[in-house]
Write a new protein. Structure first.
Length: 170
């Protein structure tokens, strides 16, 4: 289970978007995991990344979303839900692709932004980047970034190279 216990004092910034999100997931016992750039940075050479990409248990997401309403700004997209802190530049994205749900049980507890959270396994992060690179409906810039992320991850963990399909070699 994810935890809102961390190095930061939770009473210091009650308006912090991440704390609001973590509180809502804890309140509804919703498991989740971090994916995307913040997760990749834990396994490979870090690069600057903003926001936080997440996958929340599909069955619990409606209750978590309901708990967030009125406290944050929620913007629906076809493949994700963006959550913005009110009056801040903070942003979380909850991805809704059902394939990502399988990442949650394999996630590993790590520290991100001073909080212990489950982070997708490296194999799952690689798979998510493969899916992005193979998705011809996505802009070419996103597909290129995914290839770069795959290369970064394989460079840090060469054993993952065997998981790459030939059509998306970085």
């Amino acid at each position: 289970m994810n935890s809102i216990r961390g190095k930061r004092n939770l009473t210091d910034r009650r308006d912090d978007l991440l704390m609001i999100f973590l509180g809502a997931t804890e309140e509804h016992s919703a498991r989740f995991c971090v994916i995307g750039g913040q997760a990749l940075n834990l396994y490979a050479k870090p690069v600057l990344t903003t926001g936080l990409d997440l996958v929340v248990e599909a069955g619990r997401w409606p209750k978590v979303r309901e708990a967030l309403e009125g406290r944050v700004t929620i913007v629906e997209h076809s493949d994700c839900v963006e959550i913005h802190g009110q009056g801040s530049g903070q942003r979380l994205r909850v991805w809704t692709d059902p394939r990502l749900q399988d990442f949650i049980p394999r996630a590993r507890l790590r520290t991100i932004r001073g909080f212990k959270m489950c982070v997708a396994a490296p194999e799952d992060l690689l798979q998510s980047q493969v899916w992005i690179a193979q998705d011809e409906s996505r802009p070419e810039t996103e597909r290129q970034r995914a290839r770069g992320n795959m290369e970064r991850l394989v460079r840090a963990m060469p054993e993952l190279e065997t998981l790459l399909p030939q059509d998306v070699a970085p």
